[in-house]
Ligand binder design. Structure first.
Ligand code: C5P
Length: 237
């Protein structure tokens, strides 16, 4: 699917970063038809939220299951086979070749798309060197994006600041999904390299992940609609 074919509402992925299934279901009910795509990450998944992935899919919602898998290939493959039964649209894995290869092979024939996390956005060059890497962040991001594409991975998670470079590296064959997005006027929280929704889409992002500015809003649906109104006129290639 070309980036321009993505429905406007599917461009916003709302992170259900909430402590339990009841709170998550209440938020989903509150947001109603305004949100078509949710992210379930560690907090909710490990608080009983995995069955909710299937339930949301059965309700016609798309789900990004953000579990950032990384293990030996056989374990990743068996895990992905189980995850396919939950019917999410996206699943994250760390961008290690064995892990990416196993995940891509195991999801074959399903509707699941695999997204690779190249380098965690909280890492800088010093963090990588202390973890034993020879590369700095930008070289490693670039190398891993190329490996991901060669292995048939469907998309990349990247910061909005990396999106333009990633688009040049991988062209339009891969989905780019960016957290670190803040609607104009909202608090940045612990996000450091933030961008507004319109700038992130203009930089080449296909999907924006936004959590706290929506979860913590007095009127979450109003924030959703203002994000969509902001990105609607941005031309996508
Ligand atoms: O900051 P916010 O609440 O909008 O974050 C939404 C989601 O994006 C969180 O679930 C978090 O895991 C993810 N995130 C990320 N990389 C970052 C910042 C946030 O993947 N640098």
């Amino acid at each position: 699917m070309a980036p321009s074919d993505i429905a406007l509402r599917d461009r916003l992925i709302v992170a259900l970063d909430l402590p339990g299934v009841d709170a998550a279901e209440a938020m989903v009910a509150r947001l109603g038809d305004s949100v078509t795509f949710y992210k379930v990450g560690y907090q909710l998944a490990f608080a009983g939220g995995l069955p909710l992935v299937r339930k949301l899919a059965d309700q016609g919602k798309k789900v990004f299951l953000d579990l950032k898998l990384h293990d030996i290939g056989n374990t990743v493959a068996r895990g992905v086979e189980s995850i396919v039964k939950l019917a999410p649209t996206f699943l994250t894995v760390h961008a290690y070749p064995q892990t990416m290869k196993a995940a891509v092979e195991a999801r074959a024939g399903s509707g699941l798309k695999i997204l690779a996390v190249t380098v965690l956005t909280s890492y800088d060059d010093d963090d990588l060197h202390s973890a034993g890497y020879r590369f700095g962040v930008s070289d490693l991001v670039e190398a891993r994006a190329q490996q991901a594409q060669a292995l048939g991975v469907d998309g990349l998670v990247c910061s909005p600041g990396e999106a333009a470079d990633m688009r040049k590296t991988v062209g339009h064959q891969m989905r780019l999904v960016t957290p670190g997005v803040r609607p104009s006027g909202s608090a940045s929280g612990d996000q450091k390299r933030i961008m507004t929704p319109a700038r992130a889409i203009a930089a080449g992002a296909d999907h924006l992940v936004i959590g706290r500015p929506i979860m913590e809003a007095a009127d979450p649906e109003a924030v959703v609609e203002s994000v969509l109104a902001e990105i609607a006129p941005v031309p996508v290639s």
